[in-house]
Design a protein around this ligand. Sequence first.
Ligand code: C5P
Length: 402
Amino acid sequence: MRGKHIILGITGGIAAYKSASLARLFVKAGAEVQVVMTPSAKEFITPVTMSALTGKPVVSEFFTANTGEWHSHVDLGLWADAMVIAPATASSIAKMAHGVADNMLITTYLSAKAPVFIAPAMDLDMMAHPSTVANIELLKSYGNHIIEPAEGELASHLIGKGRMEEPERIFDVLYRFFNDTDELAGKKVLITAGPTYEPIDPVRFIGNYSTGKMGYALADAAAARGAEVTVVSGPVEVKPSHPGVKVVKVESARQMLEACEPLFDEASIAIFSAAVADYTPAHPATSKIKRETTDLPSLELVKNPDIAATLSSRKRPGQLTVGFALETDNEADNARHKLASKHLDLIVLNSLRDSGAGFGCDTNKVTVFSPQGVVADLPLKSKQECARDIISLLTRYDPITH
Ligand code: C5P
């Protein structure tokens, strides 16, 4: 993304506040960002914020009133390597679909020679209206890329489809577009993610707070490099943003191991990021345990298989296995010990002592160890950025020279 020219088009919707984060992500990745705002977008976020973040004056009018300086949408259209319109309101989508060139953003869109990415954001009924649906279809038929809105709570407090996709995910789409690299092309990558649920009875389980965010971010990052990725995932809400990622859903550790076994044999890289329960009830009840019919029950537990250790111990030459260690104390020693005892090539340590690292958060701070020592010590960053760094490291990693 370094040195790429991106036009960030902002239209007048509540989600415009997220455009600031998106601009920042592009700038941090080394891109040059030119913001073009519709007049109504300025009601939602100020040009001052956007120009401060991008280091470039925002373009919004056809000319500067006091000097008469003309802003050429044609030049802008030619300058861009990509144009992203986020958020795109129903009104701007309609104007783009029908060529209603009544503001600088639409004229720039009509002049753009580069691929255009559109992230709609609107209320669920507007999104579902046949005219919006038809306009989006028209935009797709012109070759534009639609970054589908997510489901969730909307500005109206209604729940449904219409929320602009998160800046991180939009960034990912552009990152993939610019880094359509094939370093991992033809390689199969297996990733375990999320928690496991160990059944106590048909309605209860032993679980943990893992959200799967790190594992799915790794899957997206590996798929962006051309890998054929399968995530074997415990129960989570999160979904991959890369369309090529396959997901196999399981619940218990045993099911996770069973699902992984055939996939591991085919994989060039296996990343074990799941938070697998260490123990499972020895005799899960087949019907619901009733409070009235049972004295305070004690739960007999048995050890679960260690998926990372089991599979890594039968690694073939050239196959790379990576584990995670979530530690609270003696972090580095524990991580090194796990690396050796589980026969891993690399282990990614996150310390629960670092704020912003570990379960649930959107950020992580990790140190990667090989048997020879620290391979990378990364600062706090989003899980997506962290995942991209880890995957970059794996693509370059050569166990012989480390
Ligand atoms: O021993 P600990 O749970 O801390 O090890 C963490 C690493 O081992 C992670 O990579 C995790 O995915 C993997 N693991 C596993 N199966 C288990 C326990 C942990 O694959 N039963």
